[in-house]
Design a protein around this ligand. Structure first.
Ligand SMILES: [Cu+2]
Length: 147
């Protein structure tokens, strides 16, 4: 095989690993409980990652004034009183990136109190493992060809 053909073959294999749709869902749905601290004007954590199909329970703990949490796209919300915990449970049945934000006016910077919920499978993990394996094979073969 010519080196050029081999290179082409590896590039194509790499593209398949990176972009081919996976026929099966690679993770089984889980129940997740996530504690979120809310204070003026931030959530902690502000980035949530779950898998599609997961049952997500958010425990919103407000540490100063009344805060809310509304998830765009899912249209669910809760409100937590100062020093108290509010609980919201929903099924993450829509994949994608969704903003969640405070829906209780809590002060001057209130509109900036936002976070991100990412609902997806861990495909990228498997794909990056696949790409790494390909890269190792490619390196080994190109070394052998030079020898
Ligand atoms: Cu607010």
């Amino acid at each position: 095989m010519s080196p050029r053909f081999l290179l082409l073959l590896f590039v194509m294999a790499g593209l398949v690993v990176a972009f081919a749709p996976l026929p099966v869902q690679s993770v089984t749905p889980q129940e997740r409980t996530i504690d979120i601290d809310a204070r003026q004007y931030t959530y902690s954590p502000s980035e949530l990652q779950v898998n599609k199909g997961d049952t997500v329970t958010i425990k919103l703990i407000s540490t100063d004034v009344v805060h809310g949490l509304y998830v765009d796209g899912y249209d669910v919300s809760i409100e937590a009183n100062p020093g108290q915990t509010a609980t919201l449970t929903f099924t993450a049945d829509k994949a994608g990136s969704f903003r969640f934000r405070c829906n209780v006016t809590c002060g001057a910077m209130h509109p900036f109190m936002i976070g991100k919920l990412t609902v997806g499978t861990n495909n990228w993990l498997y794909r990056s493992i696949g790409l790494a394996t390909l890269a190792i094979f490619g390196t080994v073969i190109s070394i052998k060809q030079k020898a």
